[in-house]
Write a protein that binds this ligand. Sequence first.
Ligand SMILES: Cc1cc2nc3c(=O)[nH]c(=O)nc-3n(C[C@H](O)[C@H](O)[C@H](O)COP(=O)(O)OP(=O)(O)OC[C@H]3O[C@@H](n4cnc5c(N)ncnc54)[C@H](O)[C@@H]3O)c2cc1C
Length: 434
Amino acid sequence: MSKKYDAIIIGSGIIGAAIAFELAQKGYRTLNVDKLPSAGYGSTSGSCAVIRFHYSTPDGVATAREGYYYWINWPEYLEVEDELGLVNYINTGCLVIKTELNQYLKNVMTSLEDLGIDFEELDIEGVQKKFPFLDTRKYFPVKLTDDPGFAEPTGEAVSGAIFIPESGYISDPQLSTHNLQRATEARGGEFKFNAEVVDIRKKDGRVTGVNLKDGTRIDAPIVVNVAGPHSYLINRMAGVEEGMNIKTRALRQEVCHVPPPDDMDYQNEGVMISDGDIGCYSRPETGNHILVGSEDPECDEREWVDPDNYDRNFSKQWTAQVLREAQRIKGLRVPNQMQGVVDLYDVSDDWIPIYDKSDLPGFYMAVGTSGNQYKNAPVAGAMMAELIDKVEAGHDHDGSPVQFFMKYTGRMFNMGFYSRLREINPDSSFSVVG
Ligand SMILES: Cc1cc2nc3c(=O)[nH]c(=O)nc-3n(C[C@H](O)[C@H](O)[C@H](O)COP(=O)(O)OP(=O)(O)OC[C@H]3O[C@@H](n4cnc5c(N)ncnc54)[C@H](O)[C@@H]3O)c2cc1C
């Protein structure tokens, strides 16, 4: 390819597209390459696109809060028309159940207060009054469906909850990626689909470009790995995995789409629930459905897989998740037909992403998004663009981490939090909650 690019971004998922947009805004000539036929067809397409704030670390909460403002200001942020339309943010509010696992949300409430995010602390009567369709009994510890005592309460009531009114989801995660693609193109960025990267080229100790499966060679002094569940394979191609203290791998996940209990208008009356007591999260889904995902309880075996060769059929995990959710939502039934999503998370060792440079000059990564970074994609894009800009200008990010100004919340954020060199963060939930 004779064209000159400043940066090649491997991957056109929500985060790859967000990085391209932010780099293009800074004047970089970007090219996203993706082996799939369109933007957002990878794990982004399977995302539940939940927008919520209750991360286990203050930095996690701060990033999610900043990210939220990009979504509610989406048209102003992108300043572009998309022939397919722009996505909407749909507010549902989020009920988070207090459990031993989340330390009864003590740290989360402190972080929410610190950021001025409204929330209501609810006792059992409060939960029942607000959401009368919920069974508030305690079921913890989460069990397998064939374990003795499955679906039998272990206590009269859970330990209460918090309700965060500002939480919701994005109508269509794939379309949101297309929106970013159009916004990037409007600023001169390019996208190349059906283009699989098979090699990362280097010269004199610096990245120089990528080779595609069809033999095409593309040159650029900057290459960014945003390959989602394939991220570890790209890092291996670049030879940078050894220089990372935190690594990534692909984890198989199932999400269930089920009808609500009879006569219930869940789309309007329902609520997003993060429920460690039953090991599930759920949210209303467009079309009056309920979407149920796993909060990765200890009893479930984690299925680490080869991202190019895994079982895309539903398994007994699907039924387990619906039965668990049926402990909480009164009258919920297991439908005859299994519907939903089987897809992959790109999980880091501590379920916190890596937004960083690498030991190979010019090679960067936004990986390990651990099932919880869709909501943060725009702010991750902005952080990565700033980091790349500063490091290319000679900044020693490993020695003195880049401080990123969060424009909506007006805070400085230490990007060392997302470093590949960090120690495993002991405050993480080590689950999709982050
Ligand atoms: C089932 C599920 C539910 C989720 N729910 C939520 C949620 O509710 N809220 C939330 O915040 N997050 C959620 N997430 C996480 C979120 O969706 C991801 O963090 C996010 O979509 C990752 O975006 P990405 O751009 O990094 O990766 P991807 O969307 O996976 O994009 C990576 C791209 O890289 C391409 N690629 C890979 N290898 C190569 C190669 N060799 N050459 C060229 N291209 C390549 C792929 O084709 C792919 O398109 C969920 C994820 C899943 C799977």
